[in-house]
Design a protein around this ligand. Structure first.
Ligand code: PHE
Length: 354
């Protein structure tokens, strides 16, 4: 029996020393298993109990309980101390350096196309124009018929225009429309506006337009146009010229000149295309302007009185002008961007420059 008591005491003393040297919770756990675990030292000693006299067992049992209790208490004590220490160390290591600059959250900014669009809008708001919008998905009546396009006009062909639905083959009762399409220009807003408003009309209609073009350095299948329409008494071509000169100077700078070249549009008569003097060579001719000294920026003309037949405007009393420009193209010219697709590629290194 004294053997077992000795073993218990030896275990207790050894454990006390070992526990005092433990430096972390993992080591502590290893020792706990070694001394108190199911296959541990204490269990091993107690296996000897069976060989003792029944009279001796209670005493050894009591001593072993004391040793177990002592070990458990020391282990708990060490655990608490080690945990507190670990926490302190962690807090020490995690010190916040409040002198570090904060992490910046990048905020978005307006895309170049929207910015130029808004700048153009501002110029015309300054002239008293009202901003209106029309639908991107349009009836062919507004996109073509009411704009004086003949039934055979090439722009109507399926290779030039995105059709949403073509009713022309259907048997249908009632008047046209015969097709729904993605508008190919913002000019249908002219007709919609004249249907709804009486002159004087001074409107600007920005929006997206769609054409079956393959994207290349100067074309996109979807782009942005801005349409202008003025209908009032005594409106002449001089008003159109003065208005567009003002616009060009506001957007490109006062030193730039304009040039009106005769052209044809079904819904204006006379019609013109407007060029701006090349900003790179000052109209002396360079590679950017193809040697001509001029770059085209828009189409325009006097409203063809034929259009007034579709809307309730008195052609004897009123005259008007209209113009339509491509916003992306104006962005290219203003910033000497060589390829229109760069605007839509989403390369931040490019877009951040503006
Ligand atoms: N809608 C024409 C185009 O897209 C431009 C234009 C608008 C021409 C208004 C004259 C008057 O090409």
């Amino acid at each position: 029996m004294s053997n077992l008591i000795d073993d218990l005491e030896k275990l207790r003393d050894e454990a006390r020393t070992a526990l005092a040297d433990v430096i972390d919770l993992e080591q502590l756990d290893v020792l706990r298993v070694r001394y108190l675990g199911k296959k541990g030292d204490l269990t091993a000693i107690l296996r000897g109990l069976g060989e003792l006299d029944a009279s001796e067992r209670p005493l050894v049992g009591a001593r072993s309980n004391e040793v177990r209790a002592a070990l458990e208490a020391w282990i708990a004590e060490r655990r608490e101390a080690l945990a507190a220490h670990a926490l302190e160390e962690r807090i020490g290591a995690e010190k916040l350096d409040i002198t570090l600059p904060g992490r910046a959250h990048p905020i978005g900014s307006q895309h170049l196309i929207s910015r130029i669009r808004d700048e153009i809008i501002d110029v015309f708001i300054g002239l008293g124009y009202q901003i209106v919008e029309g639908p991107d998905v349009e009836l062919d009546f507004y996109n073509f018929d009411a704009l004086n396009h003949s039934a055979q006009h090439p722009a109507r062909s399926a290779s030039d225009t995105f059709y949403v639905r073509d009713y022309s083959g259907d048997e249908h009762v009632g008047p046209e429309p015969s097709a729904v399409l993605m508008r190919t220009h913002t000019s249908p807003v002219q007709v919609r506006t004249m249907q709804e408003q009486k002159p004087p009309i001074y409107i600007l209609a920005p929006g997206k337009v769609y054409r079956r073009d393959v994207a290349d350095p100067t074309h996109l299948p979807q782009f942005t146009q801005i349409e202008g329409l003025v209908v009032d008494e005594d409106i002449t071509f001089a008003d159109l010229k003065g208005t567009l000169d003002h616009f060009v100077h506001a957007i490109f700078g006062p030193e730039r000149r304009t040039r009106f070249r005769p052209h044809f549009f079904p819904f204006t008569e006379p019609s013109a295309e407007v060029d701006v003097s090349c900003g790179i060579c000052d109209a002396s001719g360079c590679r950017f302007c193809g040697g001509t000294g001029w770059v085209e920026i828009l189409g325009c003309g006097m409203v063809d009185p034929n259009l007034y037949r579709y809307v309730d405007v008195d052609a004897e009393r009123y005259t008007g002008f209209a113009f339509g420009m491509g916003v992306e193209r104006i962005a290219l010219l203003r910033y000497d961007i060589p390829d229109i697709r760069m605007l839509l590629e989403g390369d931040m290194r490019f877009l951040r420059q503006f």
